[in-house]
Write a protein that binds this ligand. Structure first.
Ligand SMILES: [Zn+2]
Ligand SMILES: [Zn+2]
Length: 226
């Protein structure tokens, strides 16, 4: 069946239109991964948190690429809005490449948790893009995957439409922890990190339920003046 679909709707690279996959090897190799880490704010740091950010719940953030990279931006957009689930594979590859590049050491007791979507949005899209990426990172690293750990209990506005203060307000109280995560070390997965309001809210509720540490990992980092 899958073959038949491929014949009628051949996969084409979103960047060069070559047939065969949604992001061909050549175009994937054109994408630079960040050889550095950012603080939770937009400082590039050797340490994970600057003086200003040290009291935040999220312990550190790894973002594989710049959202300014047009191939990355296009791939994330097509994954989320054209529902091309398969693009989660090359995007996860970029995350792994970045973690290797910055020599990130992850203890094997870390568990992977995707940032959830509302049930309504997940139903409409058919999948949660962060969960698809989280699945692949889990398969590649051997780290355990915890899905359905955080639930989105309120439908809020899309963060994209809001400024920094509005984002903080809009995300507050939106999520709930549904599983026992006491003492766990957690890697939260999302597609893009912008102001970090979403990750920070998730880290907050996870720590309030007893998580030991919470790291964020995203495909892209967007630096914006909001
Ligand atoms: Zn290509
Ligand atoms: Zn900072």
């Amino acid at each position: 069946m899958k073959k038949l679909i491929d014949i009628f709707f051949p996969k084409k690279c979103i960047n060069c239109q070559k047939e065969g996959s949604y992001l061909c090897e050549d175009c994937l190799s054109l994408i630079d991964v960040n050889p550095f880490i950012y603080c939770l704010c937009d400082k590039m740091e050797k340490i994970h948190k600057c003086e200003k950010c040290k009291h935040r719940y999220l312990d550190r953030i790894y973002s594989a690429c710049s959202f300014k990279n047009s191939i990355v931006q296009n791939a994330i957009h097509k994954l989320k809005y054209s529902y091309i689930k398969e693009l989660s594979i090359p995007l996860s590859f970029l995350i792994i490449k970045h973690l290797q590049e910055v020599s990130c050491l992850i203890d094997e007791d870390f568990v992977i948790i995707p940032v959830p979507l509302s049930n309504k949005r997940k139903r409409a899209r058919g999948f949660n893009q962060s969960e698809e990426i989280a699945k692949i990172i889990s398969e590649t690293t051997g780290l355990k995957l915890f899905t359905d750990c955080i639930e989105k209990i309120k439908n809020n506005k899309a963060q994209v439409e809001l400024n920094k203060e509005e984002r903080l307000k809009n995300i507050s109280g939106v999520y709930k922890v549904k599983k026992d995560i006491l003492g766990l070390n957690i890697i939260l997965i999302d597609d893009v990190y912008t102001t970090g309001a979403t990750m920070e809210e998730c880290a907050k509720i996870l720590k309030e339920k007893g998580a030991n540490s919470v790291w964020g990992v995203t495909v892209a980092r967007e630096i914006v003046d909001l």
